[in-house]
Design a protein around this ligand. Structure first.
Ligand SMILES: [Zn+2]
Ligand SMILES: [Zn+2]
Length: 353
């Protein structure tokens, strides 16, 4: 045990208030002092070392989100150090940890049919609030989906466990072969993670299509060929749509070969509809998949990928920010200035120049 860890272990559980970034309503955020939570049985209090932004948070900031209550502390991607544990939790104070923000019940209709991602209570047990100095991880999540973080990966990279678990859920459904020709549309953080994950899964020929040259260049580093979205060459065994735009959902099917698979990964706003050429779907026998969230198997797969030094996702994180800069960060994301920012909630600070 090193000195830092020993000091942590000897310290008493934190009490009092902490800084937390609260989304009050779409477009309005404030940094507030709120009570540090106290862990109950099986719960784990994590001192948040890093918390990354996500497209879901941006959606909540822009127009609200059905799964994100307001006002409330935002953030669901995190990593940190255990600060206190409730009775029966299987972690110790001072342990570096990485985790996701939900866990299935493993008992309901869906869980018993190998569809944990659709568990009827997966959303009701989720934890939000990683844009704060401390995060309380509920017992079910601490038990199933919270893991030790080895020193070999940074707190920043460990934060990517949640979005990469979504990607793993998708990859699990695709029958990727070495000779699969894969097209990924949309070079955002998710599209780029798909490129990295597909490479690790053995796909040799991956094309990433998009508009933004800098993001396409990141895709190249991760092992994809790149092209402009309006000049996609040929047709593919697997097409993965990662933009969440209805027009792109509809267009994506044009790039799927006969007998191929279309994965519609980016969620579109509720109430929207997409239409496809029925002849193409039927006579070309297109398999359409649209996975949501993730089960425990995908989380474990994602963790294995993250621990693999061959997967370098550093280009996905656009910079470090203080909690004090919250609103600016989301305005920057809205303007396409960055892919993902990482908050360091333990470091108080003002906007850097
Ligand atoms: Zn996320
Ligand atoms: Zn369930």
């Amino acid at each position: 045990m090193n000195l830092e860890k020993l000091e942590e272990a000897l310290s008493t559980p934190p009490t009092g208030t902490m800084r937390a970034l609260v989304l009050e309503e779409p477009g309005r955020m404030s940094l507030q002092q709120i009570e540090i939570p106290h862990p109950g049985p099986g719960e784990v209090l994590v001192k948040v070392e890093a918390a990354t932004t996500c497209g879901t948070d941006l959606k909540a900031f822009l127009r609200g989100h059905p799964q994100i209550p307001m006002p409330g502390v935002l953030g669901h991607e995190y990593s940190g150090i255990v600060a206190a544990v409730g009775e029966g939790a299987s972690f110790a104070v001072g342990d570096p940890v990485m985790g996701v923000h939900s866990a299935p019940c493993q008992e309901c209709y869906w869980c018993q049919r190998d569809q944990e991602n659709l568990c009827e209570s997966i959303m009701s047990t989720k934890v939000l609030g990683s844009y704060a100095e401390y995060l309380l991880v509920p017992a079910r999540i601490a038990q199933l989906n919270l893991f030790p973080k080895p020193d070999s990966i940074s707190f920043e990279k460990a934060c990517l466990l949640e979005p990469l678990s979504c990607v793993a859920q998708g990859v699990e459904l695709l029958k990727v072969r070495e000779d699969s020709r894969v097209l990924v549309i949309g070079p955002g953080a998710i599209g780029l993670m798909f490129v990295g994950a597909l490479r690790l899964s053995g796909a040799r020929e991956i094309t990433l299509a998009g508009r933004n040259d800098a993001r396409l260049a990141e895709g190249k580093k991760l092992g994809a060929q790149t092209c402009k979205v309006d000049a996609i060459p040929g047709s593919y065994d697997i097409v993965i749509e990662c933009t969440g735009q209805v027009e792109v959902w509809e267009k994506s099917i044009d790039y799927v070969r006969r007998g191929g698979t279309l994965m519609l990964f980016g969620g579109c706003p509720g109430g929207t509809r997409a239409s496809f050429d029925t002849k193409k779907v039927h006579y070309d026998q297109i398999t359409i998949l649209s996975p949501f969230h993730f089960g425990t198997k995908a989380v474990r797969q994602a963790r294995e990928w993250l621990l693999n030094p061959l997967l370098d996702l550093s280009g996905i994180i656009s910079g470090e920010r203080f909690l004090e800069e919250g609103k600016q960060v989301f305005e920057d994301l809205q303007n396409g200035a960055g892919l993902k920012y990482v908050f360091k909630p333990q470091v108080p600070g003002l906007r850097r120049s």
